[in-house]
Structures are given as C-alpha cells and as structure tokens.
Design a binder for this molecule. Structure first.
Ligand SMILES: Cc1ncc(COP(=O)(O)O)c(C=O)c1O
Length: 397
C-alpha cells in the first residue's frame, strides 16, 4: 500500500466531535462516559489523514492569506461532472448542481422546499438519526416504512408497504439512504427503480442521500437511483466529498437536481450559500486527483472488515452481522446475549471504554440490542477496541 493508513494521529484537543465532545455526547444520549482512555468509534468520519492532493490544496489555500467570499468556479463544476461520469456513468449538467454547506443541512432545505408543516416524510428505519431530527425539527411527520429483517440479519425494503405509504396524499417526500446507514446495504437497481417509479406515480419527492456512494466494499456495485429509471423529475440527489475523502469539517456537499422547478424551489429556500475557499479547493483536488487514494482506502476498509468478521466469529459468536456492501459502517446484533440494551451499553461504553452508537439512535422502536461501529479508524485502534469489548462480555460469551 502506498499510504500508511495505520498511522495514529492524535485528534484530542482539535475540537473533534468524535474525540473532544463529551458535552454533546451527553446531550445526544450517546454516552456520559468518556475519558482519556476512551476509544471513540461512533461518528462517521475517519481518523485517517486525507489524501496528499487534498492536503496540498489546503496548504495552497492557506498560503494565499486571504479567505474572502469565494464562489464555485468552472473547475469546481467540471471536477464534479467528470467524477460522476467516470465513476457512475452519470451525466450531470453544471446548472443541475447546487452547493450546500452539508448534507443534513440540505435535507432541512429540501423538507422546507417540498413540504409544509404536518406533511409526512417517509424514511426506512433503522436509519441515520438526523433524518428524524430534520423531519421533526421542521414540524413534519416521520412516516416509517420499517425495513424487513430476516433470520440471517439481512435488511430489505418492504415495497408493498412503501407503495401504500406513498399513495397517501399527506406523504409528500421520501428520504432514501443508499448506501444504507447503518446496515451497509446497497439497494439493488430493481428496488431503486420500483421505489422511484412508485414515488413518481404518487408525486412524492425523493431526496436520495447517496453520500456514502463512493465508499463501496469489494465485489459490490453502487448505482445512483437516477440511473435506474427514466423517471427522474422528482429526484433530488445529495452528493458530497465529506465522507469519501474525510473532509466533513469542510461541509462540502453538492446537491444535484435535474428538474428545474424542484431546483428553483430548493435554491429559493436555500438562498445564497457560498463554499469557503478551502471547500472549493478540496472538492477540485478530491474529484480530480484522489482516485488512487480512494481505491486504497476502500481496500484498507475491506481488510478491517475481514479482520473484524473473523474476530467476532471466533471470539463473540453470539454477535450477528452481515458483511456491509457499502460504507465503513458495521452493524452488530447483540440480541442473542439475552441481556438488556442498558447492560450491552454498560459493557461496551463503560467496561470496555469504547464509544459506539446504540441501535435505538437509528430505530427508537426496534433498535435495542444493536450497536453500530464506524470502522474508519486505523486498524490497530479497531483491534484494541474489540479486544476490550470481548473482555467485557467474557462471562457470557
Ligand atoms: C447517511 C448520512 N447522511 C448525512 C450525513 C452527514 O453528512 P454531512 O456531514 O454532509 O451533513 C451522514 C453522516 O454520518 C450520513 O451517514
């Protein structure tokens, strides 16, 4: 490997949400146990240095010494257009791209643009918690199309129920998460096409959160939903370099909206959002110069996942999991231990002193007994965390 992804970089003391934010962790109900020996594997960013081309782009920006108002140049748009053509055979036009300072931020804008208070927004739990936060925070109603879970731990979409929900007049939007956080599933083209067409028929706007779409596990293929159907007029796709290239702190999301009416509504609600000069240069460097880095980091994550799967099979055979198809997220089912969610949490968060994210964050009704780990840290850290977790379950393993 060309890059040393095993390098441990100290993030404490850098205002890191993952490593410095005990107050927020308490407030959000993630944990109130955090000290200098805690291993934090909860939020989805990498404890791994960015690609050298992005580092160089940041240095170049700093060296200019002026950080005034900046706008996305033709180079910026070209880098996005070329990336999605090269990686996903998706033709995007410049005018279809709207910069947004973050993806969750864009979800809020979309909710305001395409629905009114009291309207329903469909999501599929378990799912990334801020979907719920944005819907409820804007006084819309969460309409849950519960994912189906089989005996082996595979999730699939209840398409029949999905259609029933989409038909209801009060349900105006659907937020799709693909690749799916937390299960790591990549939905099939067939599933995506069916959902796209059900929504088109019932005037439901789809917000496709595809920001994990370049973090794809070996032998898996990701297809943007707009490539699975010719009915795309009701689809808003969220893209970002935030996760892919580990620059979430730069808030670099680009929202692609093909339909002019939807685009105008989004733009009007957003107002005028300008990326920082750091963001602009990071996007250009990431999309133009970091293909090889991304291939390597994906291979590294595959290796970490292989390691963890073998480790759990051997040392914690009661933990159920399915190999993720996308993301570096790993979803674990601890229910076979037959202990409470609180006991699972105490063993992991307090006894092992490792912070994960509990299932109830993703699914308040059916999430108990599940835990999500982000495998986006150097492998030695992941290994240490799981060695500690095994010890904390020693008496019941
Ligand atoms: C599915 C999904 N959407 C959005 C986000 C956050 O994206 P952003 O930082 O661009 O708001 C995350 C972060 O974990 C995520 O997993």
């Amino acid at each position: 490997m060309k890059y040393n992804f095993d390098e441990i970089i100290e993030r404490r003391g850098t205002n890191s949400f993952k490593w410095d934010s005990l107050e927020l962790l308490k407030e959000w109900g993630i944990t109130d146990h955090f000290n200098k020996n805690t291993i934090s594997l909860f939020t989805a960013d990498m404890d791994i240095a960015v690609a050298p081309a992005i580092e160089a782009a940041m240095h170049k920006t700093v060296d200019n010494r002026i950080y005034g108002y900046s706008f996305p140049s033709q180079d910026y748009y070209d880098s996005i257009i070329n990336w999605f053509k090269r990686k996903h055979d998706w033709d995007i036009k410049k005018e279809e791209i709207i910069y947004s300072p973050g993806t969750v931020f864009a979800l809020g804008i979309a909710i305001r643009a395409y629905s009114k208070e009291g309207d329903g927004v469909i999501i599929q739990r378990p799912v990334y918690a801020p979907f719920t936060g944005q819907i409820e925070g804007h006084n819309r109603v969460v309409v849950n199309n519960q994912m189906l879970l089989d005996e082996e731990g595979n999730y699939s979409i209840n398409l029949k129920e999905f259609e029933e929900l989409a038909k209801k007049d009060e349900n105006k939007m659907f937020i799709l998460c693909n690749p799916h956080n937390p299960s790591g599933r990549i939905f099939s083209n067939e599933e995506l096409k069916i959902m796209a067409e059900i929504c088109a028929k019932n005037n439901v706007v789809i917000i496709a959160d595809e920001i994990h779409g370049d973090l794809i596990r070996k032998d898996s293929i990701f297809t943007p939903i707009v490539k699975t159907t010719d009915k795309t007029d009701h689809i808003v796709t969220c893209t970002a370099i935030n996760k892919t290239f580990n620059v979430a702190g730069l808030h670099a999301s680009n929202i692609v909206i093909q339909n002019k009416e939807l685009r105008d509504k989004f733009q009007k609600t957003l107002g005028f959002a300008m990326p920082t000069p750091f963001t602009i240069n990071a996007v250009i460097a990431a999309y133009n110069e970091c293909d090889e880095w991304l291939d390597e980091i994906n291979t590294y994550f595959d290796g970490t996942i292989d390691w963890l799967m073998n480790f759990l099979k051997e040392k914690m055979p009661k933990v159920k999991f399915v190999r993720p198809e996308g993301t570096y997220i790993f979803w674990m089912d601890f229910r076979a231990y037959n202990i409470s969610a609180a006991d699972i949490k105490k063993r992991i968060y307090v006894d092992a002193n490792v912070v994960l994210e509990s299932g109830s964050m993703f699914d308040p009704e059916k999430g108990d007994g599940f835990e999500r780990v982000c495998l986006s840290s150097p492998r030695p850290l992941i290994k240490e965390a799981f060695e500690r977790i095994v010890k904390a379950f020693e008496d019941i393993n």
